[in-house]
Design a binder for this molecule. Structure first.
Ligand code: GDP
Length: 312
């Protein structure tokens, strides 16, 4: 099987305040995905108004980070149990997770909640023990707690062998040992490239794209965000949506967006493994599959248990 070595798709999961946002900010900074004149002035993943109000991350966002020749898509996940359906859907777009755990606090209720979902989807985990700069950090004990949690949640033989990176997202350091910290995020990037499986390269096969999240853009209307599971997509292509009620609806892809850093960028085409936003179909819904007219094959429906929030 051919692989797309130029891509990795992961979700970042953690209990609230364990440092997801700070970590993604640092990864962006170290990757050089930002040009010097661009500033990460707002915190990367915490920019939604509702989130600011509540102080918790509840809207899913994708940050695309280039590291060497690979584009790493990091999907943020809400840690809150009210968004279980959304967490599950995000897990369907990725091949692995970065589990961030505070090296002082240890595993917490949301750590358990999101890790369970990741393990159930057979995703490959990487554990980041964050905040090792904290005076009372107890990294060795917390790693044991994490291991116990993996066992308790029924991790499989491979998942239980998770690599651990110790980090201070605050100070921008990371390393394979708590007391051997490099002033870069390289150990995290290297671990992602080594451990997280690259997507299968199935661009020659018939298209299958599933809408996992919805967005609305005032210029192009409703936008479906998801991963291309098979085949390829391009602007202008005639496709059909397999609707929830079993009907088919033809449409033409009017716009395609990829991700770069924290921004969405116009692209002309994309292939299996890519996470993209597709415009052109006004009444598209979460869970529906886009495919070629002559090859209508729906992916299994997704669980939706909350009103779908719009991203800004
Ligand atoms: P999130 O809720 O998981 O996105 O967590 P944030 O990234 O917002 O971080 C929560 C708090 O922990 C903030 O006050 C951060 O400055 C702090 N924080 C994040 N990473 C570290 C770290 O490595 N060390 C210390 N001491 N504090 C950190």
């Amino acid at each position: 099987m051919q692989l797309r070595e130029d891509i990795r798709n992961i979700a970042i999961i953690a209990h609230v305040d364990h440092g997801k946002t700070t970590l993604v900010d640092q990864l962006l900074k170290y990757s050089g995905t930002f040009h010097k004149h661009e500033q990460v002035d707002d915190r990367a993943m915490d920019s939604g108004d509702i989130e600011k109000e509540r102080g918790i991350t509840i809207l899913a966002k994708n940050t695309a980070i280039n590291y060497k020749d690979t584009s790493i898509n990091i999907l943020d996940t809400p840690g809150h149990a009210d968004f279980g359906g959304e967490v599950e859907r995000i897990m369907k777009m990725v091949d692995g997770v970065l589990l961030v755990v505070d090296a002082y606090e240890g595993t917490m209720p949301q750590t358990r909640f999101v890790l369970k979902k990741a393990l159930d989807q057979d995703l490959t985990p990487i554990v980041v023990l964050n905040k090792i700069d904290r005076p009372n950090a107890r990294p060795e004990e917390v790693v044991d707690e994490v291991l116990d949690l993996f066992i308790e949640l029924g991790a499989n033989d491979e998942q239980i062998e998770f690599p651990v990176i110790y980090a201070s997202a605050l100070n921008g350091t990371s390393g394979e040992e708590p007391d051997e910290q490099e002033e870069t995020m390289d150990p995290i990037f290297k671990t992602i490239l080594e451990y997280i499986p690259a997507p299968a390269d199935t661009k020659e096969e018939p298209l299958q794209f599933q809408v996992t999240l919805l967005d609305y853009n005032e210029y192009v209307g409703r936008v479906g965000i998801g991963r291309i599971f098979r085949g390829s997509l391009r602007v202008g292509q005639q496709v059909v949506v397999l609707k929830k009620d079993g009907t088919k609806k033809a449409f033409r892809v009017s716009k395609l967006f990829g991700f770069k850093g924290l921004k969405r960028v116009d692209i002309k085409e994309a292939q299996a493994g890519d996470i993209v936003a597709v415009a052109g179909m006004e009444d598209i819904n979460v869970g529906e599959t886009i495919c070629p007219q002559d090859h209508p094959e729906a992916l299994p429906m997704l669980r939706i248990d909350e009103p779908t929030l719009q991203m800004t």
